[in-house]
Design a protein around this ligand. Structure first.
Ligand SMILES: Cc1cc2nc3c(=O)[nH]c(=O)nc-3n(C[C@H](O)[C@H](O)[C@H](O)COP(=O)(O)OP(=O)(O)OC[C@H]3O[C@@H](n4cnc5c(N)ncnc54)[C@H](O)[C@@H]3O)c2cc1C
Length: 447
């Protein structure tokens, strides 16, 4: 039996922050849209879990995107609008001077710190050579910067004269992109930096850095507010887009549901586009083939007490799986990120082995024999509707395949937007909001 076809003017596929912000933007202009989501939940690359603490109280942990900072003006405007409570991040090592400090890497001396700061300043000023993110590809040096990987840039830098500096700079790139530096083009890196108001310094850890606040009741609580009054359908995965018909787009979903719409916003990363059949075919062009997804396993280990607070970090070059460790307060815990190539490695191993290695990493780091009460491990690359981590990035030599951030995917009828296509705060929740709002306006302009 044929399924009946439904008519909807504007369809948004994806209920992450991009899709939700676009739908809210349409509503603010009294325009109706419908969100269709492949998963059974909101939030995409954000994921809030409610767990019970020792006293059987419900507490919140976030296994995806979570930290925000005050100069992310769009998310803060939602936070004020919905009166959302925040928690200020606590740091067991206030204002760390360098990332390796938190995982016990050998301390940097003043001279090494100075060189790292100089290279960061250089990246900030190179990024400012772009007039803006939108026109970055038109800049005369872009094709030259595109050919260089960050690994080459660092290793051949005239100021870099020892391995510890290389190690720290590589850790910085891994932390911010979830990719190892050989896979990241200098051009992508500079455009990413250009998209951060205030540049790399804004992304420091510690107070006033990009990890300053989290949402008290979890990131999902903001998604739920954004979703309020929106029509959202879950468990419908888009499988085909037929735009051969004049003025109409026929969408098919894995449930066999069919929708005809006039305008379509695909609110997800371009790395997720390849399983979707387009009729006619879109060139196997700049889209899926060009970007690679950062890789991240986010882990949260809950302990009976914050034993790390009064302990000196054990400096040793022996490292465990986590390249970044943050403190979690209420419940007491440690958040560990496993990123890039290490993530790919641990994805293929047994989860118990991973848990054991992290326990040992923390025991060595804090020189104490503590074991966690509970452990949570989220393998983001295993989710077919995320595939990777905070964001997809461009590897070296693919600038000709760049997807433009201010254009439609197909003839002012179909758009592709996500944090990856943001003009500000690329890779962050704030970037997703920026992209969602801006692309919603492009769609309005297209009628
Ligand atoms: C571990 C981790 C930590 C992070 N930490 C931070 C942080 O601290 N701060 C911060 O600001 N950002 C952080 N981020 C990044 C942030 O979460 C993302 O930038 C943001 O959530 C992306 O939103 P989006 O809407 O662009 O994409 P997504 O959230 O990926 O949303 C896309 C949606 O589209 C749906 N979808 C995809 N394909 C289809 C299909 N064919 N049919 C139907 N639906 C489909 C997906 O299910 C998903 O819901 C982190 C991300 C991860 C994974």
């Amino acid at each position: 039996m044929m399924n009946s076809i439904e008519y909807i003017d504007i369809v948004i596929v994806g209920a992450g922050f991009t899709g939700l912000s676009a739908a809210k933007y349409f509503s603010s202009k009294s325009i109706k849209s419908v969100i269709i989501e492949g998963r059974s939940r909101l939030g995409g690359r954000t994921l809030t879990k409610k767990i019970c603490d020792d006293d059987n109280n419900q507490v919140i942990i976030d296994l995806g995107g979570q930290w925000i900072t005050k100069n992310q003006k769009r998310i803060f405007s939602f936070i004020r609008e919905y009166n959302i409570d925040l928690i200020e991040q606590t740091w067991f090592n206030e204002n760390p001077n360098y990332l390796g400090q938190l995982i016990g890497l050998k301390p940097l001396n003043n001279e090494q710190l100075d060189i790292i700061n100089q290279i960061n300043d250089q990246w900030d000023s190179m990024a400012l050579e772009f007039e803006n993110v939108e026109n970055a590809l038109l800049y005369e040096k872009s094709s030259q910067w595109d050919k260089i990987s960050l690994k080459t840039f660092i290793e051949q830098h005239e100021l870099v004269n020892d391995l510890r500096i290389i190690q720290e700079l590589k850790l910085q790139i891994l932390t911010l992109t979830a990719c190892d530096c050989e896979n990241v083009s200098l051009l992508y890196w500079l455009i990413f930096i250009r998209s951060i108001p205030g540049g790399l310094k804004t992304l420091d850890d510690g107070f006033n850095g990009a990890q300053q606040y989290k949402i008290k009741y979890g990131t999902e609580s903001l998604c739920l507010k954004l979703a309020n009054d929106q029509e959202i359908r879950f468990n419908e995965q888009l499988t085909s887009v037929d735009y051969s018909l004049n003025d109409k787009i026929l969408l098919k979903f894995n449930s066999n549901k069919q929708i005809i719409c006039q305008r379509l916003l695909l609110a997800f990363s371009s790395t997720l586009i390849s399983p979707i059949k387009f009729i006619p075919n879109i060139e196997s062009n700049y889209l899926s083939s060009a970007m690679i997804a950062g890789q991240c396993i986010k882990t949260i280990f809950i302990y009976s007490k914050p034993y790390w607070k009064d302990r000196k970090i054990n400096q040793s070059n022996k490292q465990g799986p986590c390249s970044n460790i943050f403190e979690l307060k209420n419940p007491h815990g440690l958040i560990g990120l496993i990123l890039g190539n290490d993530c790919s490695l641990w994805m293929n191993k047994n989860e118990n082995e991973l848990i054991q290695s992290i326990v040992e990493q923390y025991q060595l780091l804090y020189n104490i024999n503590e074991t966690p009460l509970k452990t949570f491990i989220h393998y983001w690359p295993k989710e077919s509707l995320s595939k990777g981590s905070y964001a997809a990035i461009y590897p070296p030599s693919l600038s000709s395949k760049w997807f433009h951030r201010n254009q439609s995917l197909i003839n002012n009828r179909i758009w592709l937007a996500s944090t990856e296509s943001a003009l500000e705060w690329i890779t962050y929740i704030e970037g997703a909001i920026e992209a969602g709002q801006r692309f919603a306006q492009y769609i309005i302009n297209s009628f």
